[in-house]
Write a protein that binds this ligand. Structure first.
Ligand code: DC
Length: 219
């Protein structure tokens, strides 16, 4: 006789939202508090864009970008040149290509399924892990997100003008939301966390309370 087996699927927490809404900091802290691994999926698109640029290719070319995505190595995610306006634009371009997204899908799913994880990105709750136990869509006003990004750039000594940062962010939001492949939108069952008036600690307290309530209940 076969004895009953309880299959407990790994816990997945999906954190999605636009740039500079605070999802990276929140996801990292949540992963640490819950004892889960953490993956910043934006790095996959950033590293893909970088590899295409390294090869002198066009980031909008599906063949070059898909080949770069399929051959990413863990070291590519550690590069120091994955941030900044050029890397932002390259990542947004490759992220709009369906075959690039398909090439990066297995990596993300395998990462999460190995031990459970908190993943942050744009389509974690809608495409990568629609069955995630908890989905939080982290957002904030455009002006507040631009202000945060501007302060980050200033802290790094990168020259920037607030108006330009806001204009770039508006353009990238529009691009991420309008693309046909996995556009940025909250999953129907996501909890919306607006951090416009919340600092990182206050956002973390709210997210942790959600996680404790949601993850305590057997799925
Ligand atoms: O989160 P980020 O700014 O590092 O993301 C870089 C780019 O990659 C951005 O244009 C959105 C895109 N992206 C995506 O399409 N899907 C993800 N899961 C993560 C990022």
């Amino acid at each position: 006789m076969i004895s009953p087996v309880t299959v407990i699927s790994p816990v997945i927490v999906a954190i999605d939202g636009p740039a500079a809404a605070g999802k990276g900091t929140l996801a990292r802290r949540l992963a640490e508090a819950l004892g889960l691994s953490y993956l910043d999926t934006g790095l996959l698109y950033r590293a893909t864009g970088r590899r295409v640029l390294d090869q002198g290719g066009n980031v909008a070319d599906p063949v070059a970008a898909t080949s770069a995505a399929s051959t990413l190595t863990p070291e590519d995610l550690q590069r120091s040149d994955l941030r900044g306006p050029q890397a932002d634009a390259a990542a947004a371009a490759v992220a709009a290509i369906p075959s690039v997204r398909a090439a990066l899908l297995d990596f993300q799913r395998s990462f999460g399924r190995a031990t459970g994880a908190v993943l942050d990105g744009r389509d974690i709750g809608t495409v990568i892990f629609p069955e995630a136990r908890l989905k939080i869509f982290v957002t904030a006003s455009l002006a507040e997100r631009a202000r945060r990004r501007f302060l980050e750039l200033q802290a790094k000594g990168t020259p920037a003008a607030l108006d330009q940062v806001e204009a770039d962010m508006r353009a990238r939001d529009a691009h991420d939301a309008a693309r046909a492949a996995a556009p940025l939108k909250p999953a129907d069952d996501a909890v919306i966390l607006d951090t416009t008036a919340l600092d990182a600690d206050a956002a973390f307290v709210q997210a942790l309370a959600l996680a404790q309530a949601r993850l305590a209940v057997p799925h």
